[in-house]
Design a protein around this ligand. Structure first.
Ligand code: ZN
Length: 318
């Protein structure tokens, strides 16, 4: 059950990129590949497998080429990789990704410190990447998550009108899908509803994924809010790995296992097998011994009467 026509919501796994990039140790390449294979076996159809950032900045992502090539061998998996700039996108394209994701920050302060560009310069960079993609034969997607869309830990408030202006500029620059990201865990459900609703009004079908971190425990509440206004793709990280090493207890992305449980329990089909997904967690510990991993559902187990959304829908019909 991994065809997208059979799912209601796409869970996009970002652990091998977002999770691992925040951990200072490197997971051995062979273990990374094994992990990605296990995630695919559990039914994940979208996996962001690495980042084409300069290896001096993030040595734990230096094997991105090799990981992309291995992931491309998996049937039915859309392989995404992050590229912070044109040069990174060139490498990602060379490695054979299906989709390049580029972060564009709505906070001027964060944009400078993260990619050393103003947001406007970052949009121009994205436009050049679109042209590079279009100049070659392979159909490759281009997605942007607008980071610090809900607030920034350096700048503070980020004006919502500016986030929307950026989204419109990115759509015009040829980006296929533009989502909103909350890397610092500032978002709340009311804001999430308002902003994703407005995003759809501004750019229509190009309105993309929700990317939430659970830093302040609001991650799944924000997911429910986004579902209410029609968001159908959510980023998540197995074991919620990542987070800030300088903020004890601050977790990374929302936990894939808990997200899948939430969605299936709400009657939304994900195509993901929770038992297999939970088994894949062990590979994180194998590759990064002692690494803290999170998740309520893996710890508590599935409820006795748990049924997947698809199974329940069938049962209801009968
Ligand atoms: Zn993130």
């Amino acid at each position: 059950m991994s065809e997208s026509s059979e799912v209601d919501v796409i869970v996009s796994e970002v652990g091998p990129r977002d999770g691992l990039q925040s951990i200072h140790r490197a997971m051995p390449t062979a273990v990374k590949i094994k992990w990605i294979e296990s995630l695919a076996a559990a039914g994940l159809v979208e996996i962001e497998v690495g980042s084409f950032v300069h290896p001096k900045l993030l040595p734990q992502m230096a094997d991105a080429d090799e990981v992309v090539r291995a992931a491309r061998k998996l049937d039915g998996v859309k392989v995404l990789a992050l590229a912070p700039n044109f040069k990174g996108a060139e490498r990602a394209l060379g490695a054979g990704v299906n989709v390049i994701t580029m972060p564009v920050s709505a906070s001027r302060a964060h944009s400078q410190s993260n990619v050393r560009m103003t947001p406007e310069e970052a949009v121009e960079d994205v436009r050049r990447v679109r042209q590079m993609i279009d100049a070659q034969d392979q159909p490759v997607g281009l997605e942007v998550g607008i980071s610090t869309a809900f607030g920034c830990s350096i700048q503070g408030d980020v004006p919502e009108e500016y986030v929307m202006q950026l989204a419109v500029a990115l759509a015009e620059a040829g980006v296929d899908s533009i989502g909103l990201s909350d890397s610092v865990g500032y978002a709340n459900p009311t804001q999430v509803k308002r902003m994703f609703k407005q995003l759809r009004e501004e750019i229509g079908v190009k309105a993309g994924a929700a990317h939430f971190h659970n830093t302040r425990g609001q991650g799944l509440a924000n997911v429910v809010a986004a579902l209410d206004v029609g968001v159908t793709t959510f980023d998540a990280s197995q074991g919620g790995i990542g987070g800030c090493p300088y903020a004890p207890g601050a977790t990374g992305n929302i936990v894939t296992e808990d997200l899948v449980f939430l969605l299936e329990a709400m009657g939304l089909r994900t195509g993901i097998n929770l038992e297999k997904l939970i088994i894949a967690r062990a590979i994180i510990s194998e590759g990064l011994p002692g690494q803290e991993i999170y998740g309520h559902v893996p710890e508590a187990g599935l409820p006795k009467n748990f049924a997947y959304a698809g199974a329940r829908k069938l049962a209801e019909v009968v």
